[in-house]
Design a binder for this molecule. Sequence first.
Ligand code: SAH
Length: 229
Amino acid sequence: MGSVANSGMKRMLADIDSEAGYTRTLTGRAAFDRRVMEAMAQVPRDEFVPDELKSSAYDNGPLPIGFGQTISQPYIVALMTDLLDPQPDHRLLEVGTGSGYQAAVLSLLCDSVYSVDRVAALTRTARTRLQRLGYDNVHLCSGNGYLGWPEHAPYDGIIVTAAAPYVPEALVAQLKPGGRLVIPVGERFGFQQLQLLTKEPSGDIRQRDILGVAFVPLIDGEPEHSDGG
Ligand code: SAH
């Protein structure tokens, strides 16, 4: 990492720490897991944003990545990763690959990441990028994430990085007992609540509201294969 990226990274990590501090009463977490912060420190966010936005790559905010989509705010990526509590032997599912950034962070903390996006062009770009950067335990496909990715289920954890009006049933079904599902639930431009769902060993679901968030919508229906931006 160049020295500019390096100083940007230090600032990004400090911004995440301070935002974690002032949201502590909402999230119940004053600081994120050390391993989560180490993973955040290792992934070069500037590689996941468009060239013309590289100077903002380490700002603690979302950035556009084309197709009307965004790479999430670093604090939100850290928070969702922390809530998912990934372990070295975990197989995880992400719905909403986007740039591949969240998948890269997760890949450093678990055995393997499966990630699905409905925009085929984003899947292609993310696959090339993740291969080039050496994240070889991330597997991508394009499809409708409302259906999960049944071929590799069940998962130890599932993270959804777009807001759904309700928790898709297939995702709950593809979660192992004891597994966690982190998902923003709410309407497109309305209030969205980041939720943590835990599947008890009995199969019962426990749900906790974490905090209000603003995500692009999880769109139901056939995947998109156009190359338009
Ligand atoms: N996690 C990404 C950011 C995700 S933005 C990152 O780290 O960069 C939300 C993504 O969800 C977009 O790429 C969008 O195409 C995708 N998406 C929207 N609806 C979807 C669906 N039904 N299934 C899968 N992906 C979907």
